[in-house]
Design a protein around this ligand. Sequence first.
Ligand code: GLU
Ligand code: MG
Length: 467
Amino acid sequence: MTTLADPVPGGRPGDLRRVAAVTAGLAARGVHGIVLAYVDTAGVTRVKTIPTARLEAAVAWGVGMSPVFDTFLADDSLVTTDVLGSPDGDLRLYPDLDRLVPLAGQPGWAWAPVDRITQEGERHPGCARTFLRRIVAGAADRHGLVLKAAVEIEWAVGLGSAPAGEFVPAASGPAYGAVRQIELSDYTAELLAALAAQGVDVDQVHPEYAAGQFEVSVGALDPVAAADRSLLVRQTIRAVAQRHRLRVSFAPAYLPEGVGNGGHLHLSCWRDGRNLHSGGEGRYGMTAEAESFAAGILAHLPGLTAVTAPSPASYLRLQPSQWAGVFTAWGRETREAALRMITGTAGRHEQDANMEVKPVDLAANPYLALGCVIAAGLDGVTAARTLPGEITGDPARYGPDEAAALGVRRLPRSLPQAVEEFRADRVLREALGPVLADAVAAVRLGEAAAVDGLTPVQVAAAYRWAY
Ligand code: GLU
Ligand code: MG
């Protein structure tokens, strides 16, 4: 479990007691430097690095970094809100020692995610990881719920030798094809070895639908750990690719048309060690609470899109009939509904039942995405919401009347539309708090303005290598 305690100036007591031993262990393994990572509002992972010898000081006092990145755009230009985007001030980055891991794909380096606090030792209201810790703590305190989550990672593998900015697939075989698996056999084998060495329990790796595309799915953890892990897995995928002269894109639409890269979220609610998505009286074994949680997510999906699909490129991906889940609907194992209920196979229901939220991509800050999706689910629990009827097949086939009768809506088709829905969603705004909520709206509108007038080809190119 991720520690839910905030960092404090001087260091968390437990961390201080063990940091000297951790540092010695890293030095003995030839680790010279540590990457300290967080994700900004736009979805870009930002880092500082320190020599291993500075770990003790970082655990005690943090590492300085400007808060200005909270309103950076993916192209490193800047927007502002009432409180963010100013050149003034500084924050302290505190590594989470429980998550510190030597990087198998980058010999000489270790990695840790950070929480950011103010120089006065207070929570930074723009820190996405702190936000998710707070939401997870609230689920436990107010609802007695423990959540498990996993983030699927899809990525496209391109040739490192391609002309600057261009994507040339490094494999040509078909979707789920043996050809593609063989073409990138050495790369994916080294990737599996690196992930295993870093303690990531991989469920599967497979060649995905689109050109040069792969997917990895990993085991579920508490939500903060799952978000941390999604960064670590991407760092590893990229680093190992580089060693094979490959270049990877996690962008929602690395090409302007066709299937893009998703970052589907898997979630389940537990109480007293029991999975609430299994063994209940409701449909497919859901308990009433699990159903309400799912119904809350479904109800808030239009506003959530501004958080889960945050890039102009996200809307090239969010097209019907491409398994991205662009309709507010749910179904059992239905890949065109935004919410896919997964019961697991006979004999594994209790362990495996969960739900998948599909209109999520890897431009999304995983801490914000998980925190907002969970807040939406908890709102459903508070309101004792129930799910509408399930759907089967592709909702794209419904005419307007049929869709309206079933309560099936197309999710926002553009970033400005998503921001409009987000602004109208009080539950999401209140969960984030005013500072983060304003940052989300300002950064999204900034991204939309930055691509105004660009063609899909240009939008895909603009974000291809950003995330
Ligand atoms: N690549 C699809 C997406 O954009 C998802 C394919 C799948 O269901 O795994 O989300
Ligand atoms: Mg997939």
